[in-house]
Design a protein around this ligand. Structure first.
Ligand code: SF4
Length: 384
């Protein structure tokens, strides 16, 4: 037997639940009411519907961190993955607590760059390229002077707090998939015309953004820990860490060709974490928010294939019944770590909050708070 939930705070669709799921959903609503203004629930676009229906805000990692920063709620329950909850903790005050319903919800891409690996790579790159470390200056974030050439670190939001701290201390900055070009321009000014950027952990976002900015591929070598640079470091403009997203790397040119065969007037939009061959063949590409806006703008009757996480694609299809929307990958592609946030975990942490406990709290160590905040605030300043 199934029942249908009433409309919720993120009011976009009905969700059909089993009796057991309904009981959990009802209990979550009761607990939310008990916690009142003390509680803020944030839901990432890649979360399942039975989580999103409880979220006060639905968004991408950057937007949700901003919502956390603007909120004065005592408890911020982040239905996303670990690095997002860390960013929320960095941007909120000491008397606010950030809670991740399942501590195992990490990000395989973020895990592809550890602080130890980046520190080794950093030194090797400085030695091999002859570039200077911005930390050698009084103000590492200063624009490069004439004749100066620096290596400037840029990390994608999808990285651990200790890497954001590394970046902040070395005069670098954080980026998201919606602002990578503006951030890279900022970093190039700091690096100088002969300098370079080390971009991590996602090679595809770095490469796709660099190509869009007119940087040729031979000036973007890939760096793999233990192997070093694939390609020449001479004249390199962006050194790309070897990481990737296991969800977005599944989208291929072959899938685009098959979709176009079935839908000759169809449109393809993909995320910039996809490989460059896929991005080049797509009609459009951009961040999660860009994809949402792009779909909104298409006329009724349009056929659209989307290369991103399946929960978001399925939700867009339900929001736009007048359009044909499908996932570019027929095998479908959920993010397995996002999927670790089950409603039962959400219910459990809310129960414990009501009981006066703070379960699964994400606390970024004080030693890495300052540098991380610097790197995040530099990004926010660029956006203004
Ligand atoms: S979709 Fe990819 S980048 Fe995003 S959380 Fe999942 S593994 Fe990480």
């Amino acid at each position: 037997m199934t029942v249908t939930l009433p409309m919720c705070s993120v009011n976009f669709m009905d969700t059909t639940l089993s009796v057991e799921e309904q009981a959990i959903a009802d209990r979550i609503q009761e607990l939310k009411e008990q916690l009142g203004d003390d509680l803020l629930i944030l839901g990432h676009h890649y979360q399942r519907d039975s989580i999103v229906m409880h979220a006060d805000f639905l968004g991408d990692s950057f937007m949700l961190s901003q919502k956390a920063a603007e909120s004065d709620a005592k408890y911020i329950v982040f239905c996303g993955v670990h690095f997002m909850a860390e960013s929320a903790d960095i941007l909120t005050s000491d008397d606010q607590s950030v809670v991740l319903p399942n501590l195992r919800a990490g990000c395989s891409m973020a895990d592809m760059a550890t602080l130890a690996e980046v520190e080794v790579a950093w030194q090797e790159l400085l030695d091999q390229s002859g570039l200077s470390d911005p930390i050698s200056r009084e103000h590492p974030e200063d624009v490069a002077g004439e004749g100066e050439a620096y290596l400037v670190p840029v990390t994608y939001m999808n990285s651990s707090a200790d890497l954001k701290d590394f970046v902040g201390r070395h005069g670098g900055v954080v980026c998201t998939s919606s602002n990578a070009e503006g951030v890279l321009n900022w970093a190039f000014e700091r690096a100088g015309p002969k300098g370079a950027v080390l971009f991590f952990p996602d090679q595809h976002l770095g490469r796709n953004t660099g190509l869009a900015m007119g940087i040729s591929e031979d000036r973007m070598p890939t760096w793999t820990p233990g192997f070093g640079a694939m390609g020449s470091l001479d004249d390199a403009r962006i050194v790309l860490w070897h990481g990737f997203c296991s969800v977005h790397k599944r989208f291929t040119p072959q899938q685009i060709a098959e979709f176009r065969e079935q839908h000759p007037d169809g449109i393809v939009v993909v995320h910039p974490e996809c490989p460059k061959e896929t991005v080049e063949l797509a009609d459009a590409y951009g961040s999660t928010q860009y994809i949402r806006n792009f779909v909104n703008e298409q006329p009724a009757g349009a056929s659209i294939a989307i290369g991103t996480e399946i929960n978001m694609v399925a939700r867009l299809a339900q929001e736009h019944p007048d359009k044909h929307i499908e996932c570019l990958d027929e095998e479908i592609c959920p993010c397995s770590t996002m999927y670790m946030i089950h409603p039962a975990y959400l219910m459990d942490v809310l129960e414990r909050l009501v009981d006066g406990e703070i379960p699964n709290q994400i606390v970024v160590p004080e030693a890495v708070q300052a540098g991380s905040l610097l790197a995040l605030n530099r990004m926010l300043a660029i956006l203004k």
